[in-house]
Design a protein around this ligand. Structure first.
Ligand code: FES
Length: 150
């Protein structure tokens, strides 16, 4: 083997090792199963959000997101027991949560984790990661205004 050929083959080997190390490091970072949202995707303590029950959440199964909180009407009537309020961002990696009325669960649009309206986990993310239970916020009703406070 000529000296020039030897140096070229050495350079190619070093480049392959560096590329492999880079891909390995990148893979480890993106495969992290840990929740990556600050506060687990919940809103900061003290945050409030309100819904006018004269115009929103009129039917059982209706839902709306206000100020980072997902409101769901779970039953008829305008008492606090007729509603649920959870964080609207998924604890896993912050995907948008939606209430799926036909199945009566909350689902993440990013990796399809699922939760009950009381925040319990029904299904883990489909990317191999893990999620945590949803934060559920206490409710009050006054003058037909539904308010959740974190
Ligand atoms: S962000 Fe919701 S399951 Fe991954």
């Amino acid at each position: 083997m000529e000296r020039n050929e030897f140096i070229k083959s050495l350079g190619l080997g070093v480049a392959m090792v560096c590329t492999g190390a880079c891909f390995s490091a990148c893979g480890k970072k993106s495969d992290s199963p840990e929740p990556s949202k600050p506060n687990g995707g919940g809103v900061p303590t003290g945050t409030t959000a309100s819904v006018d029950l004269n115009t929103q959440l009129l039917t059982v199964g209706a839902s709306v997101v206000v100020n980072g909180i997902l409101f769901i009407r779970t039953a008829a009537g305008n008492t606090t027991t007729s509603f649920a309020a959870t964080q609207a961002a998924c604890p896993h990696q912050g995907g948008a949560l939606s209430f799926i009325q036909a199945s009566n669960y909350i689902q993440c649009g990013l990796h399809n984790s699922r939760y009950t309206t009381t925040g319990s986990i029904l299904a883990q993310p489909n990317d191999g990661g893990t999620t945590s239970a949803l934060k559920v916020y206490p409710l009050t009703v006054s003058a037909n205004m539904l308010t959740a406070t974190a």
